[in-house]
Write a protein that binds this ligand. Structure first.
Ligand SMILES: Cc1ncc(COP(=O)(O)O)c(C=O)c1O
Length: 387
């Protein structure tokens, strides 16, 4: 869905000509620092750290929150496996919550899944559809939980006027090849919390943060062992150009989605959305009364569509390594075998309501580059498959 072209080619050339590929340099090239600044300004957040992936950003944020063995973190039944994997990366256990009709985390299920071990909740803005952040934030506040927003699929999405990723204690974005902005791979952790920022920054590059430049100036946190999720000036330079394209892509998606929905509305219902004005508008969600009708539509439709229930690693029941509790190669490194996590498991009847809801929805892609003619032809194909 991303757009890429001459501007990105020039940006990469600029970095290569400079011979400065490392993000800490003599100051003549500051692609990473500038991208982080531009991202902060665009989504209005205090801190942003560019990293290698969305998964790295999620794990770094959890480390920043002090989450680890003995802790449970709530994740929705419908999200890419990486959300739950990041929880296991830090030694904690992912507890799967139901989604509601919007196919995002059901705020009502938060209280039902709480245990004394619950420390955080990860609402995921899947496909650019914002979660019900008011109710999620209220539940988190009541039970003293951290909120980490997985906004990996939702750059540019807003909820009640605020950029998703900036509403909770921290947020994570992905710039992999399937996202609205991309450098092939990449991610960003954002937060307004200085403590989360310090720990997350150190963890994402613990071998180098203390030794290069003045990255730890005025830090309260002392260095500790972590990982290496640092990225480079080429990625940052590409993403600076990508960020400039965001409003154009979103504007076109929203315009085309409105137009398509107008044509489809007499023929089919749409799934509800927590903020239709702010959503990313990458897909139209067709709402069927039964899963059989959803499948029949998909079969008849001459185009690409997905039924969330059957999206493989985007649904909890297909997170094989997790559900089968294989947390690491070495048994002593496997969080599922840690004493602090003893007794943890996934009940047989985990989130059956979510599976039903996900099976009754079909999502069809919206293209930002459609002409009016393209929209008409596409709408006709959808209507034909509905009848
Ligand atoms: C909802 C969600 N969370 C996390 C991730 C992980 O992002 P990355 O592939 O950049 O690690 C993805 C990526 O597809 C995602 O869709």
């Amino acid at each position: 869905m991303y757009r890429i072209g001459q501007e990105e080619i020039d940006a990469v050339a600029r970095v290569i000509r400079s011979q400065k590929l490392f993000k800490v340099n003599d100051g003549t090239l500051q692609e990473t620092a500038n991208f982080e600044k531009e991202l902060r300004e665009r989504i209005k957040t205090d801190r942003a750290v560019l990293m290698t992936s969305g998964t790295a950003a999620l794990a770094s944020a959890l480390i920043g929150m002090g989450i680890g063995p003995g802790d449970e973190v709530l994740v929705p039944a419908y999200t890419y496996i990486a959300t739950a994997m990041a929880v296991i990366m830090v030694g904690a256990m992912p507890v799967v919550t139901e989604v509601d009709e919007t196919l995002s985390m059901d705020p009502e299920d938060i209280e039902k899944k709480l245990t004394p071990k619950t420390k955080a909740v990860i609402p995921v803005h899947m496909g650019g559809y914002p979660c019900d952040m008011d109710r999620i934030m209220a539940a988190a506040k009541k039970h003293n939980l951290f909120v980490l927003e997985d906004a990996c699929q939702a750059m540019g999405t807003t909820y009640k006027g605020k950029a998703v990723g900036t509403i909770g204690d921290a947020g994570a974005f992905s710039f992999n090849a399937f996202k609205i902005l991309s450098a092939g791979e990449g991610g960003a952790m954002v937060t307004n919390n200085q403590d989360i920022f310090e720990k997350s920054l150190i963890y994402h590059d613990s071998c180098a943060v203390a030794y290069f430049g003045n990255q730890m100036e005025n830090f309260k946190t002392v260095p500790f062992c972590g990982s290496e999720f640092r990225t480079n000036e080429i990625t940052a330079a590409i993403l600076r150009e990508q960020l400039k394209r965001l409003d154009g892509i979103l504007g076109d998606l929203r315009k085309n989605k409105k137009e398509l929905e107008k044509r489809l509305a007499p023929h089919i219902d749409f799934a509800p959305c927590n903020d239709p004005e702010g959503e990313g508008a990458y897909t139209v969600s067709l709402q069927f009364e039964t899963k059989e009708k959803a499948l029949a539509f998909q079969e008849a439709f001459d185009g690409y569509s997905v039924i969330p229930a059957y999206m493989g690693k985007h649904v909890f029941n297909d997170w094989k390594a997790i559900i089968e509790k294989r947390g690491a190669v070495h048994p002593l490194m496997d969080p599922f075998r840690f004493e602090a996590n003893r007794g943890f498991g996934f009940p047989e009847d985990t989130c059956t309501k979510s599976l039903e809801l996900m099976a009754k929805c079909v999502r069809i892609d919206v293209n930002p580059d459609w002409t009016q003619e393209d929209i008409s032809q596409f709408a006709e194909k959808v209507i034909a498959a509905l009848s």
